[in-house]
Design a protein around this ligand. Structure first.
Ligand SMILES: Cc1ncc(COP(=O)(O)O)c(C=O)c1O
Length: 356
């Protein structure tokens, strides 16, 4: 039995649909490590076309894509990887920058996960001499997660990547939710990706597959990526069963992202009516709501516990901050239910405190 009936904790918490499962059952398979799995090969071709890249490799998870890309792009131990303070590899990567890439993070204090040339110019122009680490990679997240679902404007991407390249740094895009940005802006995945030496997309987020990600780049980059895929035990066998879920997601679920975004905005509008919830509707760009829980008697953690008792899961990440992620399995009814649950918990607590 599922512990929560409505799950806003992560957009990875979706159930593969019956049709996706059928596609997985019927997948043609072969030996992935020998390049002989026809379904994996079809997926890689599709992703190369989507992202406008020469080559690609299938990996079990997005975090493995980040780790391997950084490892390939960094040349010397102690190289710098520039990324925002909210970047997923920093907050949730179990130290992968040091542990796997053998690099050092240079953390930028961006705005909602986005930084500009002015933020990185000082560090890029400084790291020149033998006594300074080189900025080897500038890494961005499109769209952001802990940046609150914000979308990097194309012009900022162009400027940041052009500065990085003119200083001999590589550029990397964590595209866990790239297709969310594409759905919202209408700018193609290839248009965003052409500025990056490495990029990946994930099928287990808004696309609803159980797992799987594809890392893409130049042929030489992907050949090197294969080495580190093996080193991490990422050589797969009849992976076509998983790749079939990813292919199904690409073919059937991209078109559903716009609807997920519309629901996210609907929920944000409802929640913003509550006096103890602070959020700016303008900040809701994709499928993520980061809200400030500003209640006189209840902390965000207490609200999270109250919602959990009603079978609703959200993520409180400080005393006064809660994150909700919407995805394929969240319905209109769920949106109303979570709104009413927040309202009831907030109002009940105020009444109880006033009465005591
Ligand atoms: C921006 C971002 N990057 C990377 C990851 C890691 O992806 P995975 O869970 O597939 O390893 C996530 C997971 O939510 C994410 O939000």
């Amino acid at each position: 039995m599922k512990k929560y009936k409505i799950d806003f904790f992560s957009d990875t918490n979706t159930n593969p649909s019956k049709r996706m499962r059928q596609a997985m059952c019927q997948a043609e398979v072969g030996n992935e490590v020998a390049g002989e799995d026809p379904t994996v090969n079809k997926l890689l071709e599709k992703v190369c076309e989507l992202l406008g890249k020469e080559a690609a490799v299938f990996l079990p998870s997005g975090m493995m894509c980040n780790g391997i890309a950084y490892r390939v792009l960094c040349k010397r131990r102690g190289d710098l990887i520039v990324l925002d303070k909210t970047a997923h590899p920093l907050l949730k990567g179990a130290g992968l920058i040091a542990g796997l890439a053998q690099a050092e993070p240079h953390v930028i204090n961006g705005n909602r996960g986005i930084f500009t040339v002015n933020d990185i110019e000082p560090i890029i122009s400084k790291s020149k001499g033998y006594n300074q680490p080189a900025v080897r990679v500038v890494s961005i997240e499109q769209s952001t997660n802990f940046g609150g679902g914000s979308i990097w404007p194309l012009k900022i991407i162009e400027d940041v990547c052009s500065l990085a390249h003119s200083n001999n740094s590589y550029t990397h895009m964590d595209g866990a939710r790239l297709l969310n940005a594409v759905a919202e802006t209408g700018i193609s995945a290839a248009e965003y990706s052409k500025h990056f030496d490495s990029v990946w997309i994930d099928f287990s987020k808004c696309l609803g597959a159980p797992m799987g990600a594809v890392l893409a780049g130049s042929r030489a980059f992907i050949e090197e990526a294969w080495y580190y895929k093996f080193q991490q035990g990422g050589g797969l066998h009849q992976a076509g069963i998983i790749a079939a879920g990813c292919l199904y997601a690409l073919e059937h679920n991209i078109s559903k992202i716009t609807e997920i975004h519309a629901r996210t905005k609907q929920l944000a509008i409802l929640l913003s009516e509550l006096s103890f919830i602070k959020l700016d509707i303008k900040d809701i760009e994709t499928n993520i709501i980061l809200l400030k829980f500003d209640h006189p008697y209840l902390s965000a953690f207490e609200a999270q516990a109250g919602l959990a008792q009603k079978g609703i899961r959200v993520f409180a990440f400080s005393d006064e901050h809660i994150r909700l992620l919407l995805h394929l399995d969240i319905t209109l009814t769920d949106i109303n239910e979570v709104f009413l649950a927040f309202k009831e918990i907030g109002e009940r607590s105020s009444l109880t405190m006033r009465a005591s």
